[in-house]
Design a protein around this ligand. Structure first.
Ligand SMILES: Nc1nc2c(ncn2[C@@H]2O[C@H](COP(=O)(O)OP(=O)(O)OP(=O)(O)O)[C@@H](O)[C@H]2O)c(=O)[nH]1
Ligand SMILES: [Mg+2]
Length: 324
């Protein structure tokens, strides 16, 4: 089949709310990022805005279980929900849902729910490149709420806040995580703190976060991030979490923040695309794999010269960058 016709046809079916077409378009964008250009040319007459929520936290804190609980409640309110899990483990196969009260596999079959799991393979440990485009597809598909789950390792947990309107940081009982969060500066990006696995304790973490916030709020205005506790297996505290999310949404939407957050979201994508382009231009034109190997072989018996070599490379390359 002619590829051009294929994308157009998929987009027509997508507009008829065909989930199979949505799934195909996501796969296309994942495998061939450049196809986004044509795809969104077919969708640019759609007017729809989704509310985008980010869930982040260390591996295993319960992000996927909590996502399942949130999705269940949103669907009960007749909302359409799109989930993106940037996750080393699939939410469908993980042990998290076996025997739990919320079965993600059941929820994901609901007509108003669409879930996609992506491998984390972002630029320099950042968020996977396809995340933005998939969230844009979800918006075009008419999702009321989009949930992006990122595992809080490396840069991803910092960058998620640039793509979403409400950032939720999930911690678990045990002091280590919250101290790490403070050190890493995550304290500044979370709009809501959730201490999950409250069946295992966690009061001390809540106290620590509140104390950190007491110190930090002097410089902030308007929103003091609430600290709540959940047991995402039993669903305890999840209604409260959802209430806090709606409160934050209202706070964002009633202030200039919504506009600012949207601008930041699009700026993030544009920067990411620029970096991507520059990287591929340089690697394709100046230093391909062979060139790099060649440079490597020249240094192999002379390793302390590596910085001299790098210095010389930049001495001999003339960047002639113009903007028209
Ligand atoms: N005791 C207890 N265990 C929980 C709770 N929530 C989740 N878990 C368990 O914690 C484990 C990890 O849960 P996930 O939901 O997969 O966590 P995750 O943060 O998505 O994990 P990654 O995506 O791998 O980073 C599973 O075995 C869950 O059943 C909770 O509230 N209490
Ligand atoms: Mg997960």
């Amino acid at each position: 089949m002619d590829k051009k016709y294929d994308i157009e046809d998929l987009c027509e079916r997508f507009k008829d709310e065909d989930k199979v077409a949505l799934a195909r378009l996501i796969t296309l964008i994942e495998n061939e990022p450049d196809s986004a250009l044509e795809i969104f040319q077919h969708l640019d007459d759609i007017e729809h805005e989704s509310y985008i929520i980010g869930l982040t936290g260390s591996p295993g804190v319960g992000k996927s279980t909590l996502t399942g609980q949130l999705v269940k409640r949103l669907v009960e309110k007749d909302m359409k929900v799109g989930v993106i899990s940037v996750d080393p483990t699939s939410p469908f196969s993980g042990g998290a849902f076996l025997g739990d009260r919320v079965r993600l596999s059941e929820i994901s079959c609901h007509p108003n729910v669409f879930m996609r799991s992506l491998a984390s393979r972002g630029y320099k440990g950042g968020i996977s490149r396809a995340v933005f485009d998939i969230s844009l597809l979800y918006e075009a598909f008419g999702m009321d709420v989009i949930i992006i789950e990122t595992v809080g390792v490396g840069q991803a947990e910092f960058e998620i806040y640039k793509l979403v309107y409400t950032t939720i940081l999930i911690l678990i009982p045990g002091a280590g995580d919250s101290i790490q969060a403070q050190k890493a500066g995550i304290i500044e990006i979370a709009d809501i703190y959730d201490i999950n696995k409250k069946d295992l304790g966690g009061d001390e973490v809540a106290v620590q976060i509140e104390m950190m916030l007491d110190d930090a709020t002097a410089t902030q205005s308007g929103w003091r991030p609430p600290v709540i506790m959940t047991n995402s297996i039993k669903g305890e505290g999840v209604d409260e979490l959802l209430e806090r999310i709606w409160e934050h949404k209202e706070y964002v939407e009633l202030s200039d923040l919504f506009e600012e957050k949207k601008k930041r979201r699009y700026a993030y994508k544009v920067k990411d695309a620029i970096m991507n382009k520059i990287e591929s231009i340089l690697l394709n034109n100046l230093f391909n794999e062979e060139d790099l190997k060649d440079i490597g072989s020249k240094i192999v018996n002379n390793k302390f010269k590596i910085h001299e070599k790098i210095h010389n490379i930049f001495e001999n390359v003339h960047f002639d960058i113009k903007k028209e």
